[in-house]
Write a new protein. Structure first.
Length: 425
């Protein structure tokens, strides 16, 4: 039976979720950080993390952590934690390819008595219905006889230096009562905020997927209210600040809903709901509203430009921000792309400026080449799409220097005061 003394951990996938977890486990257990991307493992071996989630000092503190992209190195582990992405495809359907490939990899190295713990966000049932059978097929071992499983959903918030792995309460679960207890104690040994042991893997999976579904729906409501208030000539932030004086009003703000979680996870739940014969109306309505915000933003910008007698076709617009959230280099599923696509439909030339983004990654992922620095007096309009600290530090005066005399500033993130911009979401 596995104990703390004989536990050897392997983390499969060293992205925004896997690396911080590997670092924490690597302070107390022999831990292998495994990733199929050799560039990534080499970078980490040098003590650098391009995602900026973990500092060089923190990497050095994980004295029992090593990195590899070699399958053979995985064999020394007896606890495998899977933290690979779970994206959606172009039809908004779950894409389990990374998860299935990770399970195939585990099937090649898993041994009798080993435990596999999944952290990737999935729909209820995916661990035991989609992943475990792959491990059984490849390994020839039998689930809950030869090897066991757990599920402990990730709760990473990229760019957040206050809410870290150890300070966020961790939901845990296991395929048997004994394994559930082992998984709970394993995480409990590094999570200072404590753990919550769910009654089953399916319950833990469902708990994770509704966390972000709830946030998605709340933001969709505020986005719809913003559209209504705009038509009524009322400033949305002023309304939200007034309503926020009541103790139980939830402080959500309107905006683009992208990223690897909130804009994706609801589709995992709706996929499973439809698979069992239920059409989820409220969840999908929220998704439609949030997915339409890029188009709405551009339509409002165009109206403002027309009112200023600015020629739209051929205009030059600066989009400030490409990441899916502020003060973070993460560009996964960024909805700024929707704005750029819509601007192109109007014949507008758009420059993208984001000091947080790796230009090579933006080019590889989206064929976008961000500019190094915007030139003064160059733009007919500016869209403040992401609330980076650098943009706030520029202030209204700094941003106005980038604009032509007759221009429009559209602030989606309340970076500037109301009086300093032409439009706000």
């Amino acid at each position: 039976m596995l104990t703390k003394g004989n536990t050897n951990i392997a983390i499969i996938g060293l992205g925004y979720v896997g690396l911080p977890l590997a670092v924490e486990f690597g302070k107390y257990y022999p831990t292998l950080g495994f990733d199929i991307n050799q560039v990534r493992t080499t970078e980490l071996q040098r003590g650098q993390d391009h995602t900026l989630e973990v500092s060089s000092t923190e990497l050095a503190e994980a004295r029992q952590l090593s990195y590899s992209c070699e399958l053979a190195d995985l064999r020394r582990a007896n606890v495998y934690i899977v933290t690979v992405p779970t994206p959606i495809d172009t039809h908004c359907q779950p894409d389990l390819t990374p998860l299935i490939k990770a399970s195939e990899t585990l099937g090649k190295v898993i041994k009798a008595g080993d435990v596999v713990i999944y952290e990737s966000t999935v729909y209820p049932g995916a661990t035991e219905e989609d992943c475990i059978p792959v491990i059984e097929r490849v390994s020839g071992l039998k689930y809950n006889v030869d090897f066991f499983a757990g599920y402990s959903p990730e709760r990473i918030n990229p760019g957040d230096k206050e809410h870290r792995v150890t300070t966020i309460k961790k939901v845990t679960s296991g395929s048997t009562p004994e394994i559930a207890e082992f998984v709970d104690k394993l995480y409990g040994s590094i999570i200072t905020a404590g753990t919550y042991k769910a009654s089953s893997i399916r319950v833990a999976e469902a708990a994770k997927v509704i966390e972000n579904t709830q946030r998605d729906l709340n933001i969709a409501l505020i986005n719809e209210l913003a559209v209504i208030f705009n038509k009524l000539g009322i400033d949305t932030e002023e309304v939200l600040l007034a309503a926020g004086t009541k103790w139980n009003f939830l402080p959500f703000r309107p905006g683009l809903v992208g990223g690897h979680c909130i804009g994706v996870d609801p589709y995992y739940l709706t996929h499973k709901a439809q698979a069992v014969g239920y059409h989820p109306e409220v969840i999908l309505a929220g998704r439609r509203i949030n997915d339409s915000m890029g188009r709405y933003v551009v339509s409002e910008l165009v109206k403002a430009m027309v009112k200023r007698r600015i020629q739209v076709s051929g205009a030059k617009v600066l989009v400030m921000g490409l990441t899916f959230k502020e003060n973070c280099p993460d560009i996964r599923n960024t909805k700024v792309l929707d704005i750029l696509a819509e601007l192109k439909e109007y014949g507008v030339t758009a420059d993208v400026f984001d000091p947080w983004v790796d230009a090579g990654e933006a080019q590889r992922e989206y064929s976008i080449t961000p500019i190094m620095a915007p030139q003064p007096d160059s733009y007919d309009a500016v869209i403040l799409a992401v609330g980076h600290k650098q943009f706030r530090d520029m202030g209204a005066a700094g941003i106005r220097t980038l604009c032509k005399t007759n221009s429009v500033i559209y602030d989606l993130k309340y970076v500037l005061d109301k009086a300093q911009v032409d439009i706000r979401l």
